[in-house]
Design a protein around this ligand. Structure first.
Ligand SMILES: C[S@@+](CC[C@H](N)C(=O)[O-])C[C@H]1O[C@@H](n2cnc3c(N)ncnc32)[C@H](O)[C@@H]1O
Length: 231
């Protein structure tokens, strides 16, 4: 098991992270889709299906970015609101029907028990205090409400895990330093991915935050995982 040392990841100060996402916002969605070879659409759909949202339910999408994930969730007929602390990401939103709020996930501007479901895709790895964020998610969830978090994780098959590790640690920052418009963002991506806990360690933190029936489902051979828990 990898030690959960994500809190030690350098450069995770909220102002710095928000400023980095502000810089990459104009090309974020296109670059993201290219980097994951178009799998992002499938992962967004899987997240919506895992939440089993019903029309009229209230759902919060944390780290919504340009709102692409929020729009996917809204297809369920639920009332979905996206939150992001990068104003530039929000300014590049693609679907003006979906409400997006500029706020920090560690200090949500919502009442206790306000949502039936809370989710976030590739967001929670970026927060400076994981346990505080899980506590804040739990606060705004109604009793019995569910949380689904889609995040990078550890490939299950050993040879793939090794190759993936080499790619993330060595190839990604090198390629980025030559071709990317913002190499710093790719170094950050590499660092935070390496430091993020594996499936079991992250599940453990979710249990410790007070969630019940915690489980995960691997996507892309475990390079991505969806974790679920109930309040
Ligand atoms: C990698 S992007 C993912 C965007 C979108 N969910 C997706 O799947 O394409 C992570 C987003 O989380 C946001 N974010 C990170 N930490 C945050 C925090 N503490 N509060 C609110 N938003 C945050 C960033 O600004 C960024 O837009």
């Amino acid at each position: 098991m990898i030690e959960a040392n994500e809190a030690n990841t350098p450069r995770k100060e909220p102002g710095r992270v928000a400023a980095m996402f502000d810089r990459v916002a104009p090309g974020y969605d296109r670059t993201n889709t290219v980097m994951v070879a178009g799998q992002d659409k499938r992962w967004r759909k899987a997240t919506r299906e895992a939440l089993s949202l019903q029309p009229g339910e209230r759902c919060l999408d944390l780290g919504a970015g340009t709102g692409v994930s929020t729009a996917e969730l809204a297809k369920s007929g639920a009332d979905v609101v996206g939150v992001d602390f990068s104003l530039e990401m929000l300014k590049h939103h693609k679907d003006r029907q979906v409400p997006l709020v500029n706020a920090d996930a560690l200090h949500l501007p919502f009442a206790d028990d306000a949502f039936n479901a809370v989710t976030g895709s590739f967001f929670i790895r970026n927060v400076v205090d994981l346990d505080a964020c899980l506590a804040e998610i739990r606060r705004v969830l109604a009793p019995g409400g569910r949380m689904v978090l889609c995040e990078v994780s550890q490939p299950v098959w050993k040879p793939y895990r090794k190759a993936h590790g080499v790619f993330v640690k060595h190839v990604l920052p090198k390629v980025a330093s030559r071709v990317a418009s913002d190499p710093e963002a790719y170094k950050y991506l590499s660092e935070t991915t390496m430091a993020w806990p594996d499936q079991a360690a992250f599940a453990d933190r979710i249990v410790k935050a007070g969630f019940r029936k915690v489980a995960w489902r691997n996507l892309a051979g475990g390079a991505v995982a969806m974790h679920r828990g109930f309040k």
